[in-house]
Design a protein around this ligand. Structure first.
Ligand SMILES: NC(=O)c1ccc[n+]([C@@H]2O[C@H](COP(=O)([O-])OP(=O)(O)OC[C@H]3O[C@@H](n4cnc5c(N)ncnc54)[C@H](O)[C@@H]3O)[C@@H](O)[C@H]2O)c1
Length: 252
């Protein structure tokens, strides 16, 4: 169902081969956007593109490791070459390493910082000139409720998500004059490959459920619906905000 008018809009989604990113890519395409589906495996992105095309949508698969600035520049160039512009960037790629800080290798810390924080920074930096040229843009970053509250064994994850939350506010401040909206989503617990092992453990699942007033685990589509709204011109006067899509987790 086409809920928001994203016709003629061009979107890049990172980490879109599966999970929340895939849900976002499908939803933006369903609402009329041309979607550049990116992730570390181009082959997996092509499967998402096939799904979009089966539903008469338009999409392109490109390989993108968000820690590699050369690849980011290539994605920006190829997107503009094929579709002429970039209207929407969804910074979705992320990883979660569940360990207490003193049990983490420094290489693991670097990896989580680079993918979760430096990745969105570099993607945003490289897309901005194209948005500024058109005096139009929507940047939507997938943060987390872990950007607002602490989670056990998640110090670096929480650090990266908290940084994304406040960077979103700052970028909105800089980019209002360019009519570029910068917002974020803070998902609660969403059923994806990232959370599969946790959710298969009944004890962990019950503990998580105890914190969700709405009484169910989230789905990628819950996040995708919020992204489609923030990407639309119905959300034109909203910027610098983080929308929690968490079944009420952050209420207590
Ligand atoms: N699932 C949840 O409960 C939950 C909750 C809050 C926030 N989030 C956030 O939502 C986003 C998506 O998570 P998900 O649950 O779909 O996880 P997921 O593991 O299913 O998907 C993450 C995607 O990111 C990709 N990725 C990993 N490293 C990358 C890199 N270097 N470059 C490009 N892509 C890379 C993976 O290949 C994968 O497709 C993440 O930022 C995550 O932190 C998830």
């Amino acid at each position: 169902m086409n809920k928001y008018d994203l016709n003629e809009k061009v979107a890049i989604v990172t980490g879109a081969r599966r999970g929340i990113g895939k849900g976002i890519a499908l939803k933006l395409a369903e609402n009329g956007a041309k979607v550049v589906v990116t992730d570390i495996s181009k082959e997996d992105c092509e499967k998402v593109v096939d799904e979009i095309k089966e539903k008469n949508g338009e999409a392109l698969a490109l390989k993108l490791d968000v820690t590699n600035e050369d690849e980011i520049k290539e994605v920006v160039d190829k997107t503009v070459e094929k579709y002429g512009k970039i209207d929407i960037l969804v910074n979705n790629a992320g990883i979660y390493i569940a360990k207490e800080l003193d049990n983490m290798e420094t290489s693991e810390i670097d990896k989580e910082l680079n993918i979760n924080l430096k990745g969105p920074i570099l993607c945003t930096k490289n897309v901005l000139p194209k948005m500024k040229e058109k005096n139009y843009g929507k940047i939507i970053t997938i943060a987390s409720i872990a950007g607002f509250v602490g989670f056990a064994q998640s110090s670096i994850y929480c650090a990266t998500k908290g940084a994304l939350v406040n960077m979103t506010r700052e970028l909105a401040l800089d980019l209002g004059k360019n009519k570029i909206n910068v917002n974020g989503i803070a998902p609660g617990v969403i059923d994806t490959p990232m959370t599969k092992d946790m959710l298969e453990d009944e004890n962990i699942k019950n503990n998580l459920m105890a914190n969700i007033p709405y009484g169910r685990i989230g789905k990628p589509e819950d996040i995708a619906n919020a992204v489609a709204f923030l990407a639309s011109d119905e959300a034109e006067y909203i910027t610098g905000q983080i929308l929690a899509v968490d079944g009420g987790w952050l209420t207590h």
